[in-house]
Design a binder for this molecule. Structure first.
Ligand code: SF4
Ligand code: SF4
Length: 422
């Protein structure tokens, strides 16, 4: 990797602490990802993208800013990316997934808060995330009480714009959400000093639909038995997409799909066809911990109901809308179709999980919940019940981003996968 030290200094980062963080990633990556057998050759791009996620990609974003462009950081699927792309802005997912700044986060947040919130706050407080440091605006949302209150504190450090995502999907909620999307358009126009119009918004809708379609294609290959790609590699491609340039990402995922479709045609896969097929659902996985545990305990992850999975690419926006007003309406409707656990009732998620379980012929479901994430933890009851009705067992695991529980989780995963394998 090139030396990006001066770029990190320009971004006001804690360079030494960042080096320690990257050393941890470099140690983890070969054993979790590179050592997997029979990986598709096209994954080499995603290995490169991962190795340069804090290097070449940040340089691209900084070059974009030097030309007067803006970078918008976001945390949640409900951020209408099309509006930012329409006016030439770059969108980047501000992830969590590491404990590097947890102690600093606990100086301003309660200890008994979900690790995802403490992780992103920790990244900002310790100045170890270059994506955070190069964001001109951060977009938060009201999908969870812990997050929405944390954004008030975050706003003291970095400009944080709030989107009010409704809790229900009634006609009144739809009106509220459409107004939120329009208000966000005005904010983005102010930030970029550029007007959103029918033409640029239409192009952005097409661009992101193309990216999402190619992920749908990738998802479809995983219906085959044996699966042509591991769950960890599919997750790697999806996590890369959140921060990559959409045109380049579409091309690289398309190449990967060509390879996977050829594998499926030849009946080739990454595991033996008798390997138990698993769906992952629950809180989004911002790191590989649970995927790695499942796939080193004898399971093969073939689909995900999560924002780091099919929820991210499932819904496409109608490209045929005529006029800005209709386009904004189509965008607002599209995003409300997503079935995050914060909605009540959330029957769509239950139905979708049952549909995925059948389509992907899964033998069991692993339901991951981050500690103190109440919406996903409570929704487990209804998910498990619906899956039990169609004869599919579910394993609930509560975890965080640390390694302290890995031993006991592995024992439980192995027992679960052995049971469903029988
Ligand atoms: S799980 Fe819900 S809150 Fe989290 S990113 Fe997805 S939509 Fe947003
Ligand atoms: S994992 Fe749950 S508690 Fe944590 S930020 Fe997401 S929705 Fe909120």
């Amino acid at each position: 990797m090139a030396d990006y030290r001066s770029m990190y200094e320009e971004l006001g980062m804690d360079v030494e602490l960042h080096e320690q963080l990257m050393a941890g990633f470099s140690q983890m990556y070969p054993q979790m990802i590179l050592d997997q057998p029979n990986r598709p050759e096209s994954m080499s791009y995603f290995d490169y993208a991962y190795s340069e996620m804090h290097g070449a990609r940040i340089k691209e974003l900084q070059d974009h800013r030097a030309r007067g462009g803006k970078v918008v950081g976001f945390f949640c699927l409900y951020m209408p990316e099309e509006i930012v792309r329409a006016v030439g802005g770059q969108c980047i997912g501000l992830c969590a997934g590491a404990e590097v700044g947890t102690a600093e986060a606990e100086n301003v947040l309660p200890r008994n808060l979900c690790p995802l919130i403490k992780s992103f706050m920790g990244f900002k407080l310790t100045r170890t995330c270059p994506y955070f440091q190069c964001s001109d605006l951060v977009v938060g949302e009201t999908t969870c009480d812990g997050k929405k209150k944390t954004y008030e504190i975050l706003n003291e450090i970095v400009p944080t714009y709030m989107l009010e995502v409704p809790q229900m999907k009634s006609p009144e909620d739809r009106v509220l959400w459409l107004e939120q999307v329009k208000r966000f358009k005005v904010e983005v126009e102010r930030l970029t000093d550029t007007q959103v119009n029918q033409e640029n918004l239409g192009q952005a809708i097409k661009l992101l639909n193309q990216r999402n379609r190619v992920f749908q294609r990738l998802g479809a290959t995983r219906r085959a038995n044996p699966a042509p790609i591991s769950g960890k590699d599919a997750l790697l491609a999806m996590l890369a997409a959140i921060n990559d340039d959409p045109t380049r990402c579409t091309e690289k995922v398309s190449n990967l799909c060509d390879e996977l479709e050829a594998r499926v045609a030849r009946g080739e896969g990454v595991v033996d066809p008798s390997t138990p097929r698993i769906m992952y659902t629950g809180t989004p996985t911002a790191n590989f911990k649970l995927h790695h545990l499942i796939e080193t305990s004898g399971g093969s992850i073939v689909c995900e109901d999560a924002c780091s999975g099919s929820r991210f690419y499932r819904i496409l926006i109608d490209e045929t809308q005529d006029g800005l007003e209709s386009q904004l309406m189509a965008i607002s409707e599209k995003y409300l179709e997503a079935d995050c656990a914060h909605f009540t009732p959330n029957n769509e998620r239950i139905e979708n999980i049952v549909r995925l379980a059948r389509e992907y012929d899964v033998a069991g479901v692993v339901y991951g919940v981050l500690h103190f994430c109440h919406t996903y933890a409570v929704e487990f009851y209804r998910v498990q019940k619906a899956l039990a009705k169609i004869g599919i067992p579910t394993l609930l695991v509560e975890t965080d981003y640390g390694q302290g529980d890995v031993g006991q989780l592995k024992t439980r995963m192995e027992a679960f996968i052995e049971m469903i394998g029988n």
